[in-house]
Design a protein around this ligand. Structure first.
Ligand code: FES
Length: 127
């Protein structure tokens, strides 16, 4: 059975369509980020939203190290340095491009999911 790990984000099961409204901008705390899940079970599509001011970025919630979700607790993605941090082996990723700048997968990156701010809301952008 395919897990969808190596597929582009928009080819994965349950990936939201471009234009899908995800949440309000103010529902993404800068200090933690927010996780979203589409579908159920092992085929669910999980993504991360992180924000700095009016800028918002989206990523597939899958660490490039062991291909597992980066968080151990709900909606807990950003560390005190303002970086996305994997809860398992502490890889650190930049908000703005998802690149790992420290940790066991340094040089790799989270897979981006295009998002756009539309007024007070965040939508999925074009694939
Ligand atoms: S699984 Fe994320 S750093 Fe190891």
């Amino acid at each position: 059975m395919s897990t969808g790990f190596d597929r582009a984000w928009h080819e994965r099961p349950h990936a939201p369509e471009p234009g899908t409204v995800l949440c309000r901008v103010d529902a993404v705390p800068e200090a933690s980020g927010r996780g979203l899940r589409f579908g159920d079970g092992k085929q669910a599509f999980e993504m991360i939203l992180v924000r700095r001011g009016e800028s918002v970025w989206g990523y597939v919630n899958q660490c490039p190290h062991f291909k597992v979700p980066v968080n151990a607790r709900p909606d807990t993605f950003v560390n005190s340095e303002g970086l996305i941090m994997c809860a398992w082996h502490y890889a650190k990723f930049r908000l703005e491009d998802g690149h790992c700048i420290d940790g066991p997968c340094e040089g790799l990156a989270l897979k981006p999911v295009p998002v756009q701010v539309d007024g007070a809301s965040i939508r999925i952008g074009a694939a």
